[in-house]
Write a protein that binds this ligand. Structure first.
Ligand code: SF4
Ligand code: SF4
Length: 178
Protein backbone atom coordinates (compact mmCIF):
# COMPACT_ATOMS: atom_id res chain seq x y z
CA UNK A 1 0.00 0.00 0.00
CA UNK A 2 1.37 3.41 -1.03
CA UNK A 3 2.33 5.58 1.93
CA UNK A 4 0.66 8.96 2.23
CA UNK A 5 3.09 11.86 2.20
CA UNK A 6 2.18 14.89 4.25
CA UNK A 7 2.08 18.24 2.47
CA UNK A 8 4.87 20.54 3.73
CA UNK A 9 3.57 22.93 6.37
CA UNK A 10 3.54 26.54 5.31
CA UNK A 11 4.78 29.19 7.68
CA UNK A 12 1.93 31.56 8.39
CA UNK A 13 3.09 35.14 8.69
CA UNK A 14 1.46 36.65 11.81
CA UNK A 15 -0.46 39.88 11.23
CA UNK A 16 1.30 42.86 12.72
CA UNK A 17 -0.83 45.21 14.78
CA UNK A 18 0.18 48.82 14.87
CA UNK A 19 -1.58 50.46 17.84
CA UNK A 20 -0.73 53.94 16.54
CA UNK A 21 -2.49 53.39 13.20
CA UNK A 22 -5.99 54.28 14.41
CA UNK A 23 -4.63 57.57 15.77
CA UNK A 24 -3.19 58.39 12.34
CA UNK A 25 -6.70 57.92 10.94
CA UNK A 26 -8.44 59.71 13.80
CA UNK A 27 -6.42 62.89 13.53
CA UNK A 28 -7.82 63.55 10.03
CA UNK A 29 -11.16 65.28 9.46
CA UNK A 30 -14.03 62.83 10.20
CA UNK A 31 -11.44 60.11 10.84
CA UNK A 32 -12.11 60.49 14.57
CA UNK A 33 -15.46 58.74 14.08
CA UNK A 34 -13.60 55.45 13.51
CA UNK A 35 -13.50 54.90 17.28
CA UNK A 36 -17.29 54.74 17.67
CA UNK A 37 -17.88 51.96 15.13
CA UNK A 38 -19.43 49.04 17.03
CA UNK A 39 -19.36 46.65 14.07
CA UNK A 40 -23.08 46.28 13.44
CA UNK A 41 -22.51 45.75 9.70
CA UNK A 42 -25.17 48.18 8.44
CA UNK A 43 -22.56 49.87 6.24
CA UNK A 44 -21.66 46.63 4.48
CA UNK A 45 -25.26 45.51 4.10
CA UNK A 46 -26.23 48.81 2.48
CA UNK A 47 -23.10 49.25 0.34
CA UNK A 48 -23.83 48.86 -3.41
CA UNK A 49 -20.21 47.91 -4.10
CA UNK A 50 -20.22 45.13 -1.48
CA UNK A 51 -23.26 43.68 -3.18
CA UNK A 52 -21.21 42.99 -6.30
CA UNK A 53 -17.86 42.18 -4.72
CA UNK A 54 -16.71 39.07 -2.85
CA UNK A 55 -14.02 41.00 -1.02
CA UNK A 56 -15.14 44.58 -0.45
CA UNK A 57 -16.58 45.02 3.07
CA UNK A 58 -16.47 48.49 4.64
CA UNK A 59 -17.22 47.09 8.11
CA UNK A 60 -14.17 44.81 7.86
CA UNK A 61 -11.93 47.62 6.65
CA UNK A 62 -12.96 49.75 9.64
CA UNK A 63 -12.30 46.88 12.04
CA UNK A 64 -8.86 46.29 10.55
CA UNK A 65 -8.17 50.01 10.97
CA UNK A 66 -9.29 49.92 14.61
CA UNK A 67 -6.97 46.98 15.21
CA UNK A 68 -4.08 48.65 13.41
CA UNK A 69 -3.58 45.94 10.79
CA UNK A 70 -2.40 48.45 8.21
CA UNK A 71 -0.74 45.89 5.90
CA UNK A 72 -4.17 44.41 5.19
CA UNK A 73 -5.63 47.82 4.28
CA UNK A 74 -3.22 50.22 2.62
CA UNK A 75 -1.70 47.97 -0.07
CA UNK A 76 -5.05 46.39 -0.90
CA UNK A 77 -6.69 47.34 -4.22
CA UNK A 78 -10.01 46.61 -2.50
CA UNK A 79 -9.77 49.93 -0.66
CA UNK A 80 -10.24 51.68 -4.00
CA UNK A 81 -13.53 50.01 -4.83
CA UNK A 82 -15.51 52.55 -2.78
CA UNK A 83 -17.46 54.83 -5.11
CA UNK A 84 -18.00 57.47 -2.39
CA UNK A 85 -21.79 57.21 -2.69
CA UNK A 86 -22.12 57.89 1.08
CA UNK A 87 -24.93 55.36 1.59
CA UNK A 88 -22.95 53.81 4.45
CA UNK A 89 -22.55 57.19 6.14
CA UNK A 90 -26.29 57.84 5.87
CA UNK A 91 -27.16 54.42 7.29
CA UNK A 92 -24.66 54.15 10.14
CA UNK A 93 -26.56 54.13 13.47
CA UNK A 94 -23.44 55.43 15.23
CA UNK A 95 -22.95 58.36 12.89
CA UNK A 96 -19.56 57.05 11.82
CA UNK A 97 -18.50 58.98 8.72
CA UNK A 98 -17.71 55.72 6.97
CA UNK A 99 -17.07 57.12 3.48
CA UNK A 100 -14.81 59.79 4.97
CA UNK A 101 -12.84 57.26 7.02
CA UNK A 102 -12.32 55.31 3.79
CA UNK A 103 -11.14 58.50 2.10
CA UNK A 104 -8.65 59.05 4.95
CA UNK A 105 -7.38 55.48 4.46
CA UNK A 106 -6.94 56.03 0.71
CA UNK A 107 -5.05 59.25 1.40
CA UNK A 108 -2.74 57.32 3.75
CA UNK A 109 -2.25 54.71 1.01
CA UNK A 110 -1.27 57.49 -1.41
CA UNK A 111 1.21 58.91 1.12
CA UNK A 112 2.79 55.47 1.35
CA UNK A 113 3.05 55.17 -2.44
CA UNK A 114 0.34 52.51 -2.60
CA UNK A 115 -1.86 54.13 -5.25
CA UNK A 116 -3.13 51.80 -7.98
CA UNK A 117 -1.65 52.72 -11.35
CA UNK A 118 -5.03 53.59 -12.87
CA UNK A 119 -5.59 56.43 -10.38
CA UNK A 120 -2.15 57.85 -11.10
CA UNK A 121 -3.09 57.79 -14.81
CA UNK A 122 -6.36 59.61 -14.07
CA UNK A 123 -4.57 62.26 -11.99
CA UNK A 124 -2.07 62.68 -14.79
CA UNK A 125 -4.87 63.15 -17.36
CA UNK A 126 -6.47 65.81 -15.14
CA UNK A 127 -3.11 67.56 -14.81
CA UNK A 128 -2.57 67.61 -18.58
CA UNK A 129 -6.07 68.31 -19.84
CA UNK A 130 -8.39 69.09 -16.92
CA UNK A 131 -10.34 65.92 -17.76
CA UNK A 132 -9.97 62.53 -16.06
CA UNK A 133 -10.25 60.98 -19.51
CA UNK A 134 -8.22 62.36 -22.38
CA UNK A 135 -10.75 63.22 -25.08
CA UNK A 136 -9.44 61.98 -28.44
CA UNK A 137 -9.26 64.47 -31.34
CA UNK A 138 -11.58 62.22 -33.32
CA UNK A 139 -14.27 62.59 -30.66
CA UNK A 140 -13.94 66.37 -30.80
CA UNK A 141 -14.38 66.28 -34.58
CA UNK A 142 -17.41 64.06 -34.25
CA UNK A 143 -19.00 66.62 -31.94
CA UNK A 144 -18.55 69.23 -34.68
CA UNK A 145 -20.16 66.99 -37.30
CA UNK A 146 -23.29 66.55 -35.16
CA UNK A 147 -23.47 70.26 -34.36
CA UNK A 148 -22.28 70.10 -30.75
CA UNK A 149 -20.11 72.93 -29.39
CA UNK A 150 -16.47 72.19 -28.52
CA UNK A 151 -15.88 70.97 -24.98
CA UNK A 152 -14.92 73.77 -22.60
CA UNK A 153 -11.20 74.13 -21.99
CA UNK A 154 -10.13 73.59 -18.39
CA UNK A 155 -8.25 76.28 -16.53
CA UNK A 156 -4.99 74.36 -16.27
CA UNK A 157 -3.41 76.95 -13.95
CA UNK A 158 -6.13 76.29 -11.41
CA UNK A 159 -5.94 72.54 -11.93
CA UNK A 160 -2.20 72.73 -11.34
CA UNK A 161 -2.69 74.72 -8.14
CA UNK A 162 -5.39 72.36 -6.86
CA UNK A 163 -3.28 69.30 -7.57
CA UNK A 164 -0.35 70.94 -5.82
CA UNK A 165 -2.49 71.63 -2.74
CA UNK A 166 -3.95 68.12 -2.72
CA UNK A 167 -0.57 66.45 -3.14
CA UNK A 168 -1.51 65.19 -6.61
CA UNK A 169 1.61 66.63 -8.22
CA UNK A 170 3.79 64.22 -6.22
CA UNK A 171 1.64 61.38 -7.45
CA UNK A 172 2.11 62.40 -11.07
CA UNK A 173 5.85 62.76 -10.62
CA UNK A 174 5.95 59.23 -9.20
CA UNK A 175 4.39 58.05 -12.47
CA UNK A 176 6.95 59.95 -14.51
CA UNK A 177 9.74 58.36 -12.49
CA UNK A 178 8.48 54.83 -13.27
S1 SF4 B 1 -22.73 50.93 10.17
FE1 SF4 B 1 -21.43 52.23 11.46
S2 SF4 B 1 -21.31 51.22 13.45
FE2 SF4 B 1 -22.11 49.75 11.98
S3 SF4 B 1 -20.27 48.63 11.27
FE3 SF4 B 1 -20.61 50.28 9.82
S4 SF4 B 1 -19.39 51.98 10.59
FE4 SF4 B 1 -19.58 50.51 12.24
S1 SF4 C 1 -19.45 55.22 0.17
FE1 SF4 C 1 -18.21 53.45 -0.41
S2 SF4 C 1 -18.34 52.06 1.33
FE2 SF4 C 1 -19.97 53.55 1.55
S3 SF4 C 1 -21.76 52.60 0.63
FE3 SF4 C 1 -20.81 53.85 -0.96
S4 SF4 C 1 -19.39 52.45 -2.02
FE4 SF4 C 1 -19.96 51.48 -0.08
Amino acid sequence: MAQKTEAPKKNVEPLKMDPSFKYEVMKEHDGETLKICFQCGSCTSSCPTARFSDSYRPRTILRLAQLGIRQKILPSPTLWLCTACFTCTDRCPQDVKVASVLRVLRNLAVKEGQTPRIFIELASNIYETGYAYKIPELRQKKRETVGLPPLPKASLDRVDRLLELAGGSKLIKSKEAQ
